[in-house]
Design a protein around this ligand. Structure first.
Ligand SMILES: Cc1cc2nc3c(=O)[nH]c(=O)nc-3n(C[C@H](O)[C@H](O)[C@H](O)COP(=O)(O)OP(=O)(O)OC[C@H]3O[C@@H](n4cnc5c(N)ncnc54)[C@H](O)[C@@H]3O)c2cc1C
Length: 265
């Protein structure tokens, strides 16, 4: 590991001020992705700004307008075990419980995961399907605009994600076919019901998460009897890599859909 400076500010304002003064800083959350990337010299920040002492990034709360606000520093295990999330968006707590292993779930955070924008990460499917909003130190970004491409988001380099706002959805589910080694999604699908209509998003299959337009907006009755085999995924540029060919991923999406939808209820 090469030399870098470590900082641990205790407020959002101090973190941003520090970031703007330094040469090539990076924010540090759980370090589950950033530290291995530094060890492999895939990322070489001059300074790490640790976000763990910043209270504004913590907590899981229900707001007056019936949304759940999840602090960016919430770990995967906090999300998996939160009764508030289990009782209001059960698919999200289930998704968090299926990330990696217990050690990663204890340290890795939702903020770190979505800022990293790994195309095989699980949360993006939930954020898109649930129509969540990503809140930063200076704005709010709808999930549909946040994920731009592989490892690329709408964030400015100094910007800090403070929380994610999730609308409450009593019916939701997440299903993934994962890498046996890492548990990252080869295909992961999140479904929920919005105004009596289906909303399905897919992660792991392409460079970024996408909405499954052909089945979105189906009524529940139609969704249960739909012929998923006829879905056309050609426009979605489904990836081939060492884990699966694009043909295999397409077949996973079509074959997992009935089980995903049955489990929403
Ligand atoms: C063995 C292993 C298996 C894994 N399996 C899975 C899996 O099955 N599914 C899955 O989804 N993920 C998986 N992950 C990734 C894991 O979920 C990480 O927790 C996540 O990618 C990064 O979160 P972190 O809190 O550790 O972020 P860090 O590594 O600390 O940071 C990641 C990036 O986000 C930036 N950042 C962090 N927080 C903020 C913020 N609040 N505002 C702005 N920028 C910020 C950092 O600067 C950095 O660029 C796995 C990781 C490992 C090591």
């Amino acid at each position: 590991m090469y030399q870098f400076e470590y900082h641990k500010p205790s407020s959002l304002a101090d973190s941003i001020e520090l970031f703007n003064k330094l040469e090539f800083p990076k924010y540090l959350a759980g370090g589950m992705t950033l530290i291995p990337a530094m060890k492999q010299k895939l990322s070489s920040p001059t300074d790490l700004i640790d976000l763990q002492n910043i209270d504004e990034l913590k907590g899981i709360n229900k707001s007056k307008d019936n949304t759940i606000i999840v602090g960016a520093f919430s770990s995967h295990n906090e999300i998996a075990n939160s009764l508030l999330i289990k009782n209001n968006i059960k698919g999200l707590s289930y998704l968090a419980s299926k990330i990696a292993d217990n050690a990663v779930r204890n340290s890795g955070t939702i903020g770190g995961s979505i800022c990293n924008a790994d195309p095989a990460a699980d949360y993006p499917a939930a954020l898109l399907s649930l129509e969540a909003t990503i809140n930063t130190n200076n704005r709010s970004i709808p999930a549909k605009d946040f994920f731009i491409d592989m490892f690329e988001t709408k964030l400015e380099s100094h910007e800090i994600v403070t929380s994610i706002t999730f609308p409450i959805k009593s019916k939701s589910f997440y299903l993934k076919f994962s890498s046996q080694a890492s548990k990252y999604a080869i295909v992961g699908m999140f479904a929920c019901i919005v105004n009596d209509q289906l909303s399905v998003s897919v992660t792991g299959a392409a460079n970024k998460v996408f909405h499954l337009e052909e089945v979105n907006n189906l009524s529940l009755n139609k969704a249960l009897t739909y012929d998923y085999d006829k879905i056309n995924l050609e426009k979605m540029n489904i990836n081939s890599d060492i884990h699966a060919s694009s043909k295999y991923r397409v077949s996973l999406i079509k074959n997992m859909l009935p089980k995903l939808i049955e489990n929403i209820f």
